[in-house]
Ligand binder design. Structure first.
Ligand code: DQQ
Length: 494
């Protein structure tokens, strides 16, 4: 019997084996989308990190390519950590963090025209951490062209001051001048109580222009457009979540006007990275960390998946919104049928997409139970509630999501800026992966129900809320499913 791992997402990107974390080098070249990622092919642990590689023409069906970067003697001998891919006069270049003996430095690798084979720069590392300042860390890269030169940000933090990103400049990607910190966060304490905690280290910085008119592009200090700096706020104690800083970029500084939580699921949509695709959209990838313990991950032989690729926009009240790319509609299978039960509507399946419109006036709520057993012993409950003062909130309660042990089942919650009673809720269930979007505010999380009858969704509108429309589809796993059963089969044979 072939037993596929019931927690392994089917229509989300996962690595062929082992461990996956951050998306890297996200891009589109001659129509083809490339996803590189932090990868340990040998075990489901964060150890000896390589760059995995996959390609797609539609952001839905992916095929694996050979490993792009492998640690080798020198500055990356203990890991090829996160970075980006740029084009320098037609030549693909990866800028990444070499990791060796507790030190991180900036390294380069040059690709062939198909982005398959990579040759490391002989002069690596090309940047070492600045001297004379007490840094919390120094890694991860954002690189762009501006005014005929290269600019680069490297994520860091200054002890006693806050997270930061150091700005550099170069003519040739090889020799770099330090300009200084682009911006410095707050000397933030209180990670547990402050949802906008900015961390002591900014991981995976990503800086770009995003206009309310839908335009986006590389940073441009001559433009009045709002700029967005994504970073993953991190601390040595392993507290972490992704944030967006929004503000003005002028000269060599970024004046932060405000922060926004990028995902109400926090670390389950970590290390986000974006790119502008050939159609001009800002596409975002992020890593869905597991919520189960290391022993369970090692036993499963895999860890980590990518959240669905999303289009990022900013609306006219300055709020960043995200929606899964519309290409995913091509992966829709059969339409769900709904049954009525005690004032709720319900449907079954653990690989489904749902989409509903509801009116949620003050004092009312819509409750969505997912992956629930008929007796309610296991269930994950999302609630979209309008408080008496008009504020709309989204919570996901995982306390009863699983009878299993050694799981993070903490609650997620946050506000959804929305001006009307009418809200749109979209959800994507894919086994252990759950993504909910309420008016474009994302909440990404992981749950691990144990019972075979913990499937489907059940939606109830109460206290004056009313469901205006509900629709849903099974989602096809496509090529990943084929690869998965192959892998499960060989494990069984062994
Ligand atoms: N993961 C990478 C680092 C980065 C961190 C190492 C974020 O480059 O700071 O795998 O998850």
């Amino acid at each position: 019997i072939v037993l596929a791992d019931r927690y392994r997402p089917v229509y989300h990107f996962t690595s062929p084996s082992g461990w996956l974390n951050d998306p890297n080098g996200v891009s589109q070249w001659n129509g083809e989308y490339h996803l590189f990622y932090q990868y340990n092919p040998y075990s489901a642990d964060h150890r000896l990190i390589h760059w995995g590689h996959a390609v797609s023409t539609d952001l839905v069906r992916w095929s694996d390519r050979p490993i792009a970067l492998t640690p080798s003697e020198g500055p990356d001998e203990e890991g090829c950590w996160s970075g980006v891919l740029v084009e320098d006069r037609g030549r693909p270049v990866i800028v990444y963090s070499g990791h060796a003996h507790g030190r991180q430095t900036a390294c380069l690798a040059y690709g062939d025209a198909t982005l398959t084979t990579w040759t490391k720069e002989g002069g690596n590392p090309v940047i070492e951490p600045p001297q004379g300042v007490a840094l919390t860390a120094f890694r991860d890269h954002c690189v762009w062209r501006e005014n005929g030169v290269w600019r680069q940000l490297i994520g860091s933090g200054i002890r006693g001051e806050g997270g930061t990103a150091f700005l550099y400049e170069s003519e040739d990607l090889v020799s770099w001048r330090l300009i200084g910190p682009l911006a410095i966060g707050e000397a933030a304490a209180l990670p547990d109580t402050d949802p906008l905690w900015t961390g002591t280290m900014w991981e995976c910085v990503d800086f770009f222009r995003l206009g309310a008119d839908g335009t986006t592009g590389a940073p441009d200090s001559a433009s009045d457009d709002e700029h967005v700096l994504l970073f993953s706020a991190w601390d040595d104690d392993r507290t972490m979540h992704p944030l967006a800083a929004i503000g003005r970029y002028a000269g060599d500084r970024f004046a932060i006007d405000r922060y926004q939580r990028l995902d109400l699921g926090g670390r389950h949509a970590y290390a986000p990275q974006t790119f502008a695709d050939e159609s001009g959209r800002r596409v975002l990838w992020s890593w869905m960390q597991e919520a189960r313990g290391g022993a369970a991950q090692r036993a499963a032989g895999w860890s980590g998946a990518m959240a669905l690729p999303r289009v990022l926009t900013i609306d006219d009240i300055g709020v960043i919104r995200q929606e899964p790319v519309p290409e995913l509609e091509a992966a829709r299978g059969e339409r769900l049928t709904w049954r009525r039960e005690q004032g709720a509507v319900a449907s079954a399946g653990d690989q489904i997409e749902f989409d509903l419109d509801a009116s949620v006036p003050a004092g009312s709520a819509v409750t969505i139970e997912m992956l629930s057993t008929p007796d309610g012993t296991e269930k994950t409950v999302a609630v979209v509630r309008r408080e008496a003062d008009g504020e709309l909130t989204l919570t996901v309660d995982r306390a009863r999501s699983s009878l299993g042990e050694d799981l993070d089942t903490s609650m997620h919650s946050g506000a959804v800026p929305a001006e009307h009673d009418h809200v749109r809720v979209r959800g994507f269930l894919d086994r252990s992966s759950l993504e909910i979007f309420v008016d474009g505010i994302a909440l990404t999380t992981r749950v691990y129900p144990t019972r075979a009858d913990a499937v489907g969704i059940r939606v109830q509108a109460g206290g004056g809320a009313a469901l205006a429309r509900i629709d849903g589809w099974r989602v096809l796993g496509q090529e990943q499913e084929v690869r998965l059963s192959g892998a499960a089969g060989s494990e069984e044979d062994g």
